[in-house]
Design a protein around this ligand. Structure first.
Ligand code: ATP
Ligand code: MG
Length: 153
């Protein structure tokens, strides 16, 4: 069914705000337009949650997370950018693998299983979309998701 993506994102951010506040990380949402799309609301919320949770978890004290939503005639675009620790270039593709974590020691402290991005990617693929990441080590990361508004098999 048609789901209002702006509202979905607002709800995810509302849930993560208390965690962000503990480390004084600013959560920003910018949307250029109202986007509605035929998506699985529960699964897509989980995908967005995993991206924003990572952006907070792998961030620095007093950092920021910026979520942006845009669309054209064919796709909607979701970006989650952060001011965090970044991902070394050689590991950029591997972070989408199940159980893969860049820093084993740090990951033990922050908790989790290393499944978040694998789940996010499978949800994106299920919606015939694509996901990629740009990152500069020590400066931050940007995860980009693109989902077709109309799928023609
Ligand atoms: P889980 O999501 O199951 O709680 P996790 O966060 O470790 O555990 P993923 O979300 O799949 O697992 O992420 C895999 C690894 O990719 C992380 O352990 C981390 O090393 C790296 N990573 C993910 N997102 C970011 C980010 N925004 N900035 C820096 N590193 C990241
Ligand atoms: Mg995660």
């Amino acid at each position: 069914s048609q789901v209002q993506i702006n509202g979905l994102i607002e709800m995810v951010l509302k849930r993560l705000r208390p965690i962000a506040r503990k480390r004084n990380i600013e959560l920003i949402f910018e949307s250029k337009r109202d986007v509605s799309a035929d998506i699985d609301e529960v699964k897509f919320s989980l995908a967005v949650n995993n991206l924003v949770e990572n952006a907070v978890k792998y961030n620095k004290e007093d950092g920021w997370v910026r979520v942006t939503l845009d669309a054209d005639h064919k796709f909607f675009y979701l970006k989650v950018a952060d001011s965090g620790i970044g991902i070394p270039a050689e590991f950029k593709e591997r972070v989408f693998e199940r159980f893969y974590r860049v820093d084993k020691a740090r990951s033990r402290e922050t908790g989790g299983t290393g499944l978040g991005l694998a789940i996010t990617k499978s949800v994106v693929l299920m919606h015939h979309g694509a996901i990629r990441v740009d990152s500069v080590e020590g400066e931050g990361s940007t995860f980009m998701v693109r989902i077709p508004l109309i799928y023609i098999p």
